[in-house]
Write a protein that binds this ligand. Structure first.
Ligand code: BES
Ligand code: MN
Ligand code: ZN
Length: 512
C-alpha cells in the first residue's frame, strides 16, 4: 500500500514526481484552493487562468495535469477538483472531509505509476489530514493478483504500480493530533483494502474454509480471540440455517467468531456479516447475467472482519465481537430444496421457499449466536437483496433497525465517514407474507418491498431486548462501473468505516 508521510518541505524544493493541488469551483471559474499558495505564486498569479484555459472548472473528480513552474524540483502539477468553493460567510469552515477524501483519491488514482507525490491540498485541522490520508490510501488501491501478463512489480490494471509514497504538505509531523490522524487513516485504510482484496478474490480461491483461515491468521497477529466452527461443530450446535445454505457445496460452511476485548471497555458491540463466498442461487438458480459478480456476496463478512481488526489496531476501549457467517450457495444433489424445512440455531423452523434467499438464513443463526452474549447492540451487514439496489441505487446502503434512535445514530456515523446510507422502515404488515403453512416462518414473502421483508425476517432472530440495526449493502458493495473518487472498480469495502466509527462512538460513550 502507498506510504503516507507528513512533510514541512516547501513545494518548490520537494523531490517528487508531482505536486497535487486543489481547485474549487468558484462563482466566476476555477479557484486555486488553500494549501497551494507557493505553487500559485510561482505561476505569477496566472494559475487559475491557466487552469481555466486547460478546461478545468473545479468540479469534483476532475483532474488536470500541467507542467510545474520553473525552479520546481517536481516536474508536474496535478490539479484536482474539490467541487463548489465553501461559502466565505459560513463559520469559517473549509472544504468538507468528503470533498477532500474524494479529491485525494482521484489524484492518487491519476498518479498510478508514480513513485512519490506531494499533496498540497487545504488542511485546517487534523480531520482534514485524516480525510486526505484516507482518500490517498483508498484511491490508490488496485487488485492485480491475477494479472499474470503484467510485470511482477505491476499492481494495477494498466500495468503500472500504484503511487508508492504520498507526502502530505500542510500537515505537521510533530503535531500529536496530525500524527494520530495519519495512524488512524493508515490502520482503517489497510484493513478496508484487505476487505476489498477478499471481495475481489475469485470464489474458487476464497471458499468458507479459506476465508476462515485468513481471519484466524489476522486475529492471531492482532491479539483477537478467534473461534471457528466447522461443519461438524455447526451440526453439533444445531446451526441449521448456515448448514442448510452450505450443504449443497463441496466447500463446507464455517461460522467464525472474532472477539476483540479491551480492559477499559464499558460496552460491547456485536457485528454480524453475511459471508456467502459465492451465491449461485442454489436450486433456485440465478439466471445468467445475475451471477457473474456474486463473489461479492461475502462483502458483509469482509466488512465485519476488517472493522474488528481495525478496532483492535486502534486499541478502542470497547469490546467488539465479529461474527462471519460463511457458506457457499450451490445447487447439487445434496443441496437444500425449495420446500425443505430447516431447524435454525434459535429453535425456530424455516420453510425454504427460495434457496436464493440464503443470506437471511445464515444471518439468522449468526444473529442468534451473537444475541446469546447479550451485547449492547448488534449491527449486521449484508449484500442481502436486489430490492434494496432497486430502491436506493448502487451507491447507497439501506439501514433498518428495531430502534429508531439507533438507526439514526448509525446513519449519522455513516454520514460522518462519507458512506451514503438511508433509513428504511420495517412495516409490520409485510410480516404476514412470510407465514408458512408448514413451519414457523418462510424465507420469502411479498415481492414488493423485498428488502424490508428480509429485514423483518432477520428481526425474528435478534434476542429479546437487544438493540439491532441491519445494513443492506447490496448496492454499494461492488462497483460495476468505473472508479470514482476513492472508490475503485470491484469490491468497495463499504460499511467498514461506518462500523469503525460506531465502535469509536461507543468507546467514547457518545452512542447509546
Ligand atoms: N446476494 C443476493 C442479493 C444481491 C443482489 C446482492 C444483487 C448483490 C447484488 C441475495 O442472496 C438474493 O439472491 N436475494 C434475492 C432474494 C429473493 C429470492 C427473495 C433477491 O434479492 O432477488
Ligand atoms: Mn441469493
Ligand atoms: Zn446472496
Amino acid at each position: 500500500m502507498t506510504a503516507l508521510t507528513l512533510s514541512t518541505a516547501a513545494a518548490s524544493g520537494l523531490r517528487a514526481d508531482a505536486i497535487v493541488i486543489g481547485v474549487a469551483k468558484g462563482a466566476k471559474g476555477p479557484v486555486v484552493a488553500p494549501g497551494a499558495e507557493a505553487v500559485a505564486k510561482a505561476y505569477d498569479g496566472s494559475l487559475a487562468g491557466v487552469l481555466e484555459t486547460l478546461g478545468a472548472s473545479g468540479a469534483e473528480g476532475e483532474v488536470t495535469k500541467l507542467p510545474a513552474p520553473s525552479g520546481f524540483k517536481a516536474p508536474l502539477v496535478v490539479a484536482v477538483g474539490l467541487g463548489p468553493e465553501p461559502g466565505k460567510d459560513a463559520d469559517g469552515a473549509g472544504f468538507d472531509a468528503e470533498a477532500l477524501r474524494k479529491a485525494a483519491g482521484a489524484a492518487a488514482r491519476a498518479l498510478t505509476g508514480a513513485k512519490k507525490a506531494a499533496f498540497a491540498l487545504p488542511v485546517e485541522d487534523a480531520s482534514d489530514v485524516a480525510a486526505i490520508g484516507e482518500g490517498v490510501l483508498l484511491g490508490a488501491y488496485s487488485f492485480d493478483t491475477y494479472k499474470e501478463a503484467a510485470p511482477k512489480t505491476a499492481r494495477s490494471g494498466n500495468g503500472k504500480a500504484p503511487l508508492a509514497e504520498a507526502a502530505l504538505l500542510g500537515a505537521k509531523p510533530r503535531d500529536k493530533e496530525h500524527k494520530a490522524a495519519v495512524e488512524r487513516a493508515t490502520a482503517v485504510a489497510e484493513e478496508l483494502n484487505r476487505a476489498r482484496d477478499l471481495i475481489n478474490t475469485p470464489p474458487n480461491d476464497l471458499d468458507p474454509a479459506a476465508f476462515a483461515a485468513i481471519a484466524q491468521a489476522a486475529a492471531k497477529e492482532h491479539g483477537i480471540k478467534v473461534q471457528v466452527l466447522d461443519e461438524k461443530a455447526l451440526e453439533k450446535g444445531g446451526y441449521g440455517g448456515i448448514l442448510g445454505v452450505g450443504v449443497g457445496s463441496a466447500s463446507g460452511p464455517r461460522l467464525v467468531k472474532l472477539s476483540y476485548t479491551s480492559s477499559k471497555a464499558k460496552k460491547h458491540l456485536a457485528f454480524v456479516g453475511k459471508g456467502i463466498t459465492y451465491d449461485s442461487g442454489g436450486i433456485s438458480l440465478k439466471p445468467a447475467g445475475h451471477n457473474e459478480t456474486m463473489k461479492c456476496d461475502m462483502s458483509g463478512a469482509a466488512a465485519v472482519f476488517a472493522a474488528v481488526v481495525a478496532a483492535a489496531r486502534l486499541g478502542l476501549e470497547v469490546n467488539v465481537t465479529g461474527w462471519l457467517a460463511l457458506a457457499e450457495n450451490m445447487p447439487s444433489g445434496s443441496a437444500t430444496r425449495p420446500g425443505d424445512v430447516l431447524r435454525m440455531f434459535s429453535g425456530k423452523t424455516v420453510e425454504v421457499l427460495n434457496t436464493d434467499a440464503e443470506g437471511r438464513l445464515v444471518l439468522a443463526d449468526a444473529l442468534w449466536a451473537a444475541s446469546q452474549e447479550k451485547p449492547d447492540a448488534i449491527v449486521d451487514v449484508a449484500t442481502l437483496t436486489g430490492a434494496m439496489v432497486l430502491a436506493l441505487g448502487s451507491r447507497t446502503f439501506g439501514i433498518m433497525a428495531n430502534d429508531d434512535a439507533f438507526r439514526s445514530a448509525v446513519q449519522e456515523a455513516a454520514e460522518e465517514v462519507g458512506e451514503p446510507a438511508w433509513p428504511m422502515p420495517l412495516p409490520e404488515h409485510l410480516r404476514k407474507g412470510m407465514d408458512s403453512p408448514t413451519a414457523d416462518i418462510a424465507n420469502m414473502g411479498e415481492r414488493m418491498g423485498g428488502g424490508l421483508v428480509a429485514g423483518l425476517f432477520l428481526r425474528e432472530f435478534v434476542g429479546e431486548g437487544i438493540t439491532w440495526a441491519h445494513l443492506d449493502i447490496a448496492g454499494p458493495a461492488f462497483n460495476e462501473g468505473g472508479p470514482f473518487g476513492y472508490t475503485p472498480k470491484g469490491g468497495t469495502g463499504t460499511a467498514v468505516r461506518t462500523l469503525v466509527r460506531l465502535a469509536e462512538l461507543t468507546a467514547s460513550g457518545d452512542l447509546g
